[in-house]
Write a protein that binds this ligand. Structure first.
Ligand SMILES: Nc1ncnc2c1ncn2[C@@H]1O[C@H](COP(=O)(O)OP(=O)(O)OP(=O)(O)O)[C@@H](O)[C@H]1O
Length: 259
């Protein structure tokens, strides 16, 4: 990758569902290390964009490149291995597994020890397991979840479940982390803590982050740049101050306050 190659390069991306163009000609570039927001009114196409980036949907137009490598047509687990992880708008944890196991599952997808060594219980299986557990616990400490590591995920309070989802996404060792409304349902104090946590993990893990969020103070406070979608099209991009004052953005939100 040359210095000028963006980490993520999305050109003229689009998808149709039957007659509906859910996304049309979307061009977005993210440079390594950036923390960027993706906003837009309900139904604008934000989650569809994440689903295209992660291989859940296959684009009907345009291209997707990560570090200069084409992602179009790759299945989700291959895209995870290439370095894109996500969280979901509606939390998707393994609710009956422990907090620790939820994070270890993400490691298993990347594990060096083979399935054969696991089945045969070879020494490499045990050292792999130990290493995985140690790393998982390290992550849980960062997210202040180590004390509840043996709890079932479903028994955690909502804010902790959201943090666990991010911890799990990070365990897959992404270059690009996609967060889909991570502050949804959080109270103001939890939201503030989350903002600080996102900034912290970006620096610590050398991440690039793309954040979908309806909480405008959060987006404006934490993101360096923002893209705005409306009816499947990109209507604005810029630094928070430009977005706040952009008439197209204000109109798209139909009088909703962009504070
Ligand atoms: N699998 C699908 N089949 C048909 N239409 C779909 C599908 N997925 C998304 N859409 C449509 O695409 C459009 C964009 O939806 P999307 O969920 O991406 O919006 P969003 O910006 O994430 O909205 P919200 O903020 O409400 O989550 C909507 O009209 C939605 O109904």
């Amino acid at each position: 990758m040359t210095a000028k190659t963006p980490l993520l390069n999305v050109q003229n991306l689009g998808i149709k569902f039957g007659g509906l163009k859910a996304l049309s000609s979307v061009t977005i570039e993210l440079n390594k290390g950036e923390l960027v927001g993706l906003i837009g009114p309900n139904g604008a196409g934000k989650t569809t964009f994440f689903n295209l980036l992660t291989g859940v949907y296959v684009p009907t137009e345009g291209s997707l490149m990560l570090e200069g490598q084409k992602l179009n047509g790759l299945v989700p687990y291959k895209i995870t291995r290439k370095g894109i992880s996500r969280t979901f708008q509606n939390i998707r944890l393994f609710s009956d597994l422990s907090v620790l196991d939820n994070v270890k599952v993400a490691y298993h997808s990347l594990a060096k020890h083979s399935i054969a060594s696991s089945i045969l219980r070879l020494p490499s299986h045990f050292s792999g397991e130990r290493e995985m557990e140690e790393k998982a616990i390290e992550f849980l400490k960062i997210f202040k979840l180590d004390k509840v590591k043996h709890e079932k995920a479903k028994n955690l309070p909502y804010g902790q479940q959201r943090r666990l989802e991010i911890a799990r996404a990070l365990a897959a060792n992404p270059k690009l982390l996609l967060l889909d409304e991570p502050a949804a349902g959080m109270n103001p104090q939890e939201t503030e803590e989350l903002m600080n946590l996102i900034a912290f993990i970006r620096a610590k893990f050398d991440l690039t982050v793309l954040l979908i969020e309806h909480d405008m103070p959060l987006v404006m406070g934490v993101c360096e740049r923002i893209y705005v979608l409306d009816h499947g099209q990109l209507i604005a991009q810029g630094v928070p101050e430009e977005i706040r004052n952009n008439p197209k953005v204000i109109e798209a939100y139909l009088g909703e306050e962009v504070s």
